[in-house]
Write a protein that binds this ligand. Sequence first.
Ligand SMILES: Cc1cc2nc3c(=O)[nH]c(=O)nc-3n(C[C@H](O)[C@H](O)[C@H](O)COP(=O)(O)OP(=O)(O)OC[C@H]3O[C@@H](n4cnc5c(N)ncnc54)[C@H](O)[C@@H]3O)c2cc1C
Length: 382
Amino acid sequence: MRQDTDVIVVGAGPGGSVTAAAMAKQGLRVLMLDRAEFPRDKVCGDAVAGKCLDLLTELGVGNFDSPDYYKIDCFTVIGPSGRSLRYDFSKSAEPRTPSAIVPRLIFDNDLFQFAMRNGVNFCKASVNGLIIENGQVVGVKARSGKQEMEFRASLVIGADGASSVVARDLNARQPREDRWAVALRAYIKTDVPLDRNIDFAFLDKIQPGYAWFFPISEYEANIGVGMRSDFYKKQNYSLEEALAYYMTTPEVKRLIGSHKPENVRSWSLPIYTPDLKRVFNGALLIGDAGAFITPLAGAGINTAIVTGLCAAQAAQRAFRLGDFSERGLRIYNALWRKEIGANMRRELWLHNVLSVVPQLIDSFLAASRSVPALVPTVLGKL
Ligand SMILES: Cc1cc2nc3c(=O)[nH]c(=O)nc-3n(C[C@H](O)[C@H](O)[C@H](O)COP(=O)(O)OP(=O)(O)OC[C@H]3O[C@@H](n4cnc5c(N)ncnc54)[C@H](O)[C@@H]3O)c2cc1C
């Protein structure tokens, strides 16, 4: 079976759905493919930054007032020595929309439905390769059940996440081990009502990396642990063991009592690398497919959406000029660099320093007690 369209978006995660909706709004015929049926779970900490909710509200996705979006008032950072610091967002000089913890089962479906409302065509199919003719990407090959399919378009957007087939076929997979992280997530019930606080615990045993405890409701939390892959491979414990260790720390133990973690799953994270190739003849890579995970926090929802919107802008220009060559699409690099380049560079630098000397987190927490303005300056922007 063969079908033609203007643009193919591979992957209907946050990056894919928002990009597809933006391009459909421009009047393009957009076909979005995903191997999963929605709603579907995605391994994640489920934390969506307030600035991301602002952007989605501006785009018309919704107003996020539903209790499924569990709003956060403050965060606590725990250093390797056990020293901790709590930061209340209401103390921030600029008023800001609170971040929310929302299961990806719900969040991704809200964005998927937004794409559907905006006229994006969807097909549940697993993409297994690109169609490349004379060095130009002209479509994708996919499979749905036993049916083999081909879809052709002027432009293909790779939004298929960390295991991207589009990036693989373009030889654009993140090659360096130290630019990958692995993380494990679970859900857990609690005995006591939870504050609207999120914990980032930089435990001595899990360096460089951190464990987290993010409430999704009054009596349930998303709990997890993540580490950079190259360091993780040298450890003699598994992520499951690291999570079990975190669950024995007094503060977590007090909350969870004897509850057991449920729905435990792990996945990998491609950490941002400045010089990775993301623009090709007839194709662009966004979100995790383009390795846009923030190096310090390990977050990628906001950057998937922002890079997706940059790709939609580059697509609009390419259709206006009728130029889908790498040269014609190169503006994408300038657009995403303008939006997130400086932040990514700052986080990458901090991540590299803290990977070598994690004790600096304790020094930072100690210094912040004397100079409270340090916290909003350094952490408040994450
Ligand atoms: C344990 C963990 C915790 C995290 N916590 C956070 C957090 O709290 N906050 C945050 O901002 N980020 C977090 N991240 C990162 C975040 O999950 C990703 O950065 C984000 O999901 C990227 O969005 P995306 O749209 O690029 O890709 P994805 O969300 O991965 O979506 C990709 C889509 O492509 C589809 N797909 C994949 N391959 C194919 C194929 N061959 N054919 C068809 N479809 C395909 C998948 O089904 C999926 O729907 C975490 C990641 C992990 C692993």
